[in-house]
Design a protein around this ligand. Structure first.
Ligand SMILES: [Zn+2]
Length: 345
């Protein structure tokens, strides 16, 4: 590491040799220090959605009343994410070094987990300023951008996420200059089912009218919802059931599966399933004849966009990888469609 730019120049000219920074694995946060998934009882669909999101890099929206464990699940995502590749670590560190906080070697190889507040401005979220700085979406490059209470964000601010969610980069144009920052972030979002939060709750009353609920959901635009791969409910579990339910699978067990699944994707196509585009989707996400028929019927019936079609296929690919299947089968497509139900309402 260099203390000054002069030292870098001298190093490059061969006058001095700078010491190579060494990453001390013991300095990294140990797995045991992270929240454990075993604490999340029940919630099988939400747990599967979280695992698929971690393994394939898919975007995820969790819906449920307050206190059902959406934030609890999101907080446990960091523990099951696959380790960063060296290239990802370099890119992520480079972007972090441009941010206000700078980069610390302690963060080397640790996937960023950013959770901006819903009052965040567009500049804070996507970057900006007269000398454009990277925003949260770039600081979350190769990591997670967690948006809690999604409908509470300014709709115009959220719309800025559409383009980078597709392209993985953000272009910031200011009078003086134009800057492009990487922004390959994984969107994980959470929302209540209605403004008061208690729609569908077994004991708490919700007085939100259907109109009010519809308006609340309309705050999220169709095109933004189209860019979400997985949607799951995180229902309230009655207190009596919580007492009797067994602890869930631990972070350690789930992480081992995620790491294997991710390396399978990297070996096959050099990137997580969620990042596949164009011809690569046709090449790597091949459905069986039966699976394709089901998917085409669902497209017709639900009026899904081409973008949604591709996203369903990519989620089905991750599900197929989880069962070691080369071809995407009927059950993988059905499960992927199930995870989109909440998005098409
Ligand atoms: Zn309500």
């Amino acid at each position: 590491m260099a203390a000054t730019l002069r030292e870098v120049c001298e190093h490059l000219m061969g006058c001095i040799v700078l010491p190579t920074p060494v990453f001390d694995p013991s300095a990294a946060v140990p797995l045991e220090a992270l929240f454990d998934l075993a604490d999340v009882k029940g919630q099988m669909m939400a747990r599967l959605a979280l695992e698929l999101a971690a393994a394939g890099g898919h975007s995820l929206l969790m819906q449920g009343t307050p206190g059902t464990g959406k934030s609890m699940l999101a907080a446990r995502l960091a523990g099951i994410l696959p380790p960063m590749t060296e290239q990802e670590s370099i890119e992520s560190a480079a972007v972090a070094s441009l941010g206000k906080q700078g980069f610390s070697m302690k963060a080397w190889g640790v996937r960023p987990f950013r959770s901006p507040h819903h009052s965040s401005s567009a500049a804070a979220l996507v970057g900006g300023g007269s000398d454009p700085k990277p925003g949260e979406i770039s600081l979350a490059h190769h990591g997670v951008l967690f948006l809690d209470e999604l409908p509470e964000f300014d709709r115009k601010v959220l719309e800025n996420l559409r383009e980078p969610l597709e392209s993985g980069v953000i272009q910031l144009s200011r009078v003086a200059k134009q800057v492009t920052y990487p922004a390959k972030f994984q969107l994980i979002a959470a929302m209540n089912p209605c403004p008061c939060g208690f729609f569908g709750h077994p004991t708490r009353a919700c007085h939100c009218t259907p109109n009010v609920i519809a308006r609340y959901k309309e705050r999220l635009s169709g095109p933004l919802m189209d860019r979400i791969d997985l949607c799951c409910d995180v229902p309230t579990i009655p207190a009596d059931d919580l007492m009797t339910l067994e602890p869930g699978e631990s972070t350690k067990v789930v992480r081992e599966r995620v790491v294997l699944l991710r390396s399978k994707q990297l070996d096959r196509q050099g990137m997580p399933n969620a990042h596949l585009q164009g011809k690569a989707i046709d090449r790597y996400c091949v459905p069986s004849a039966e699976a394709k028929t089901i998917l085409m019927q669902a497209m017709d019936k639900l009026g899904l966009s081409a973008r949604a079609y591709h996203r369903i296929l990519k989620v089905a690919r991750t599900l197929a990888d989880r069962t070691d299947a080369d071809l995407i089968q009927r059950e993988h497509v059905l499960a992927a469609l199930q995870f989109r139900r909440g998005l098409s309402q």
